[in-house]
Design a protein around this ligand. Structure first.
Ligand code: URA
Length: 228
């Protein structure tokens, strides 16, 4: 087990200013408001019904027309670990699965470093659709989409939630503090499920010097399951 194992050796050449495989960088702003009404209740849906509801979702008109497909989430429905990212990027939009681009490969390596296979955990995003051109999501797109994620959490009942990146952290913690302030401590979902914040792997690809802190975050998360 070691930090070296996190290194993604083959990184694509990127034109200046672009992000790997269409992965967003999540600047500080979250974009404008699209004025989207609340979703119909999803709190009683089972996995199949929820997945179907997401696949057919037209709620955020723009996202529904620009996406290739929705990206529901992937993994073990009985997972102890649930990872929550931000939104699908280009590759995820094409494949219909979260974290399959270079950031996803790094995420897999990070999981492996704490002894986890990707198939053991459940991975989802705050937003189920790719924002066009990887723009930041609008505030009400996030608000409209969050009930799907809350239902996923309720169905899984994970023992630990890892919030991956600033947007997931801020949305799930209801905070506008920066990521540096939110990581390094244990938060709780509904006063019950521990949540730990870590850097987004797309950020770590650009700033490998921060991997050490991310390793600390994973250890903090793991310690919530095995406090010995
Ligand atoms: N970044 C995310 O936050 N989620 C993905 O699924 C892919 C990239």
């Amino acid at each position: 087990m070691g930090l070296q194992r996190w290194v993604l050796r083959e990184q694509p050449e990127l034109p200046p200013g672009s992000s790997p495989q269409g992965e967003r960088d999540w600047g500080e702003g979250e974009g404008g408001s699209a004025n989207i009404p609340a979703l119909p209740d999803v709190t009683t849906l089972d996995w199949d019904a929820l997945q179907q509801r997401v696949a057919q979702c037209q709620h955020c008109g723009e996202l529904a027309t620009t996406r290739t497909q929705t990206v529901f989430g992937v993994g073990n429905h009985q997972a102890e670990w649930m990872l929550i990212g931000e939104a699908p990027g280009g590759e995820e939009d094409q494949q219909g699965e979260p974290f399959v681009g270079p950031a996803g490969q790094l995420l897999n390596a990070m999981l492996a470093a704490v002894g986890l296979q990707r198939q053991q955990v459940y991975i989802a995003n705050v937003l189920k659709c790719r924002p066009p051109n990887n723009r930041d999501p609008h505030v009400d797109e996030v608000a409209a989409c969050l009930p799907y994620l809350h239902r996923q959490i309720a169905l899984i009942q994970p023992k630990i939630i890892l919030l991956v990146g600033r947007v997931a952290a801020q949305q799930m913690l209801g905070s506008d503090a920066n990521l540096g302030k939110l990581r390094g401590q244990v938060h709780h979902y509904h006063d019950r499920i521990p949540m730990v914040v870590t850097y987004h792997p797309a950020y770590l690809l650009r700033k490998p010097s921060e991997k050490r802190k991310s390793w600390d975050d994973l250890c903090l998360a793991r310690a919530q399951l095995d406090p010995s």
